[in-house]
Every structure is written in structure tokens, then in C-alpha cells.
Ligand binder design. Sequence first.
Ligand SMILES: NC(=O)c1ccc[n+]([C@@H]2O[C@H](COP(=O)([O-])OP(=O)(O)OC[C@H]3O[C@@H](n4cnc5c(N)ncnc54)[C@H](O)[C@@H]3O)[C@@H](O)[C@H]2O)c1
Length: 439
Amino acid sequence: MNSERKIKEPNGRLGILTPGMGAVSTTFMAGVIAANKDLGRPIGSISQMGKIRLGKRTENNNPNVKDFIPLAPMENMVFGGWDIYNDNVYESAMNAGVLEKDLLNGIKDELTEIKPMPAVFDHNFIKNIDGENVKKEKNKMDYAKALMADISNFKEKNKCDRLVIIWCASTEVYTQITDVHLSIEKFEKALEDNHPAIAPSMIYAYAAIKSGVPFANGAPNLTVDTPALIELANKLNVPIAGKDFKTGQTLMKTILGPGLKTRLLGIDGWFSTNILGNRDGEVLDDVDSFKTKEVSKLSVLDSVLEPDKYPELYKDMYHKVRINYYPPKGDDKESWDNIDIFGWLGYKMQIKVNFLCKDSILAAPVVLDLAIFMDLAQRAGMKGIQEWLSFYFKSPQTKEGLQPIHDIFLQKIKFENTLRHLMGETLINYLGLDYYEEG
Ligand SMILES: NC(=O)c1ccc[n+]([C@@H]2O[C@H](COP(=O)([O-])OP(=O)(O)OC[C@H]3O[C@@H](n4cnc5c(N)ncnc54)[C@H](O)[C@@H]3O)[C@@H](O)[C@H]2O)c1
């Protein structure tokens, strides 16, 4: 069937490792284990519940995605990871308070077995938290080697056929690309020199790529989005993707924004505010970590609305994003959006959105799908940046010089066409004139 590429079969076990085993990671792991025991449904996951149309609309052929293309089954997954806290996944999930205690107690044995490996941590990059479970090495290259040893030990001990790593750790402070990130040669020297511009997330990403393990970044920190690590991934044929899981308020923005733009309604301002009380919120209470998140969240609307092409409608739009740490909310984030729009003859209107969401409940299926599709990418021989997975990210990583696509519906078309392409199926462009012109 697949005329374009030979896709290796997903035989054996897929190990999924997450640097960071907090709310998102544990909600994902516990969710997969619960779903495998029929204690819940993997709602929100395209790999588990999605369908894909093949051929013409008249054919009515819409198989399940997982029956169409060979994907690693949820039953063959094993989990692991790293965290600065010693809590096993049961304890960490209890502490995160996302999933109900009864559910967690029903899978306590499986969750207790998953224990975090000691983390690579640097206070200069994450300010508001501190933990005991950290590695102590001489320099950053030694940290990378220690992570590579963890990766290969995990694979062997758990008899995995393949691994995937998804960054689910806290958001690091805002950093920009500097000289040491420009080539792999400079990057490796900087690791040896313990250079301050190399963040822990980059060390994990380097270790993953060197180990031949696909790496996706769920937080907005730079991480794999540097010329050096892109070069390494291309050289070693490893898929990479990022950054920042698309959930919550930004998910709503990428649903509403394209809708308003499609009808050419103008926007004067978009004010977004959030309150949340989980550990992610605590880390984002630090102004430098917030800056990383802010940049990721702000980039979305510009790309969706294209103010340069539509200056009359969007050029003067005032866009503000705020996140406030408010402990009583726990993982139940509340966000408010006030959107000032204008229509025919410039008449003004307003839209208010009040989203009471559970961030980790929205993120868990994204982690699952990313793990599954990054593994697919590797089995299909795809390497480097996986832009077709933009659908899952707030700030999609693209090749230098390519504008990212933020419109979630365009992202979905790109995603589905990539699956069709991999399987040698006809791509769908939605023209549809042939239905009317034939005969
Ligand atoms: N929840 C969402 O919907 C969502 C959406 C987009 C992005 N994210 C990002 O995903 C990440 C995880 O979110 P969360 O709600 O699970 O946060 P969390 O605070 O519950 O978990 C993060 C964990 O990472 C650990 N950690 C920090 N630095 C580490 C390091 N160097 N190595 C290993 N572990 C480390 C922390 O100890 C913590 O347990 C955050 O960066 C967040 O911004 C979350």
C-alpha cells in the first residue's frame, strides 16, 4: 500500500520517557494505564479515537487512524522519566490532584513501580522549585553522558524495541539563541566547557538525539529549536518536534482566530488572562519563565491573522496575555478572553470567553499522540523537524525561514495529508468540482 516509504512495523514495546513527571506526565501515564484496563476512554487522542477520510466523499471510506497506518498500540507501552522530586508516579499524580483518588488507587501498583531517575537540573533555568533527586557531575557533557546511560539502561531493563522522549518538565527561563547553539561542534564544546547558555532541556535533547531517540518538547523553552540540535537530528536521522503543547486558552485562540479572520472581521484588541494554582503556575510566577511562555502564546495570533496582509483589520490590534499563580485553583485553570471586534462599516462588537479547563486533561492526549506519531515518523524514516505535528503545538517548530502555520484547521489538513502520503493514498485538497462536472 505505502508507495512512498517503507514503514517498519511497530513490533515490541515502545518506551516513553518524560523529563518532568508532574501533572501532565502523570495524567498521561495514569490515563493510558487506566484506558488499557477499561477504566476510562482516551478522549482527545487522534491516534486512539480519530478517523481519516480516504478517497472521494462518495466512497464513504473513513477508517480509524490506527487501523489505517501502523501505530504503536497503547497496550505495548512502558513509562519512565526523570524528576527533581523522588515521588513515584502514584505519589506525584496524587499530589497533582488532577485525577480522582479512586481511579489512581485502582492502578496504584502499576503507578508506584514508575520511579523518576535523578534529573539534570540547574537553578539558573528554573527558579521557584527545588528537589533532591538530581545528578551531580563535573560538567554538562558528563550530564549528557549520564542521561545517555539512563536511556540505554531503561531500554534494556524494560525490553523496549523503541523509545520516545517528550519534555514534560517545567518551563525554563527565557533564553535566546547564542553562538554556542549555532553548530553541533560549538554546542559540544560548550557542553565540555560547562557553558551557562546550555539549558538542562538542551542536555536532555542532545542525549536523546545521540541515542537515536525521537524528542518532542512540550514546553516553550528553546531546547531542540536550535541550529545545533537540528543539525544533529538531521545527521543522525532522528525526528524532533516542538514546542509548547497546544491546550487551554491558546487552543481556543487557534479555534476562534481563524474563524474571525475567515469572515474578515477586524480585531481591535484581545486581552487574555489566566489564573492557575498548580506547580506549572508556581514556576510561571517567576518573571523569566513567564517570559518564555508569553512569547510562545503571543506568536499565535500574528501568524493566524497576518496583519501585514490585512493592515486595516489587524495591524493595530492590542494583544495582551497574563498568567497569575492562584493556589486555590489547583490544576483547574480559569481563563478569560475579552475580544473587541469590528464588522461592517467599522461597527464594534465584543466576544467574551470564560474557559474553566483542566490543563493536564487537555495535555495528556497530546502527549500520547506525540509519542505515537514521533515513533511513526522514526519508523517511516523521517528525520529532523516534524512540522506535520504542528497541530499539537502552540509555537510550532519549522525550518528556518518558513512561517509556522498556527491555524488549527490547516494544521489538521497537513497532518492528515502526511498520513495519507505515508500510506501512498491520494491527498485530499477539498476542491470537489469533479462531483459536479463529471457525467
Ligand atoms: N498542562 C498543559 O496544558 C500544558 C500546556 C503547554 C505546556 N505545558 C508545559 O508542560 C510542562 C509540564 O507541565 P505540568 O503542569 O506537568 O507541570 P508540573 O510542574 O506539574 O511538572 C513539571 C515537573 O518537571 C520537573 N522538573 C523541572 N525541571 C526538571 C528537570 N530539569 N529535569 C526533570 N524534571 C524537572 C518538576 O519537578 C515537576 O515535577 C510545563 O513546562 C508546562 O508549561 C503544559
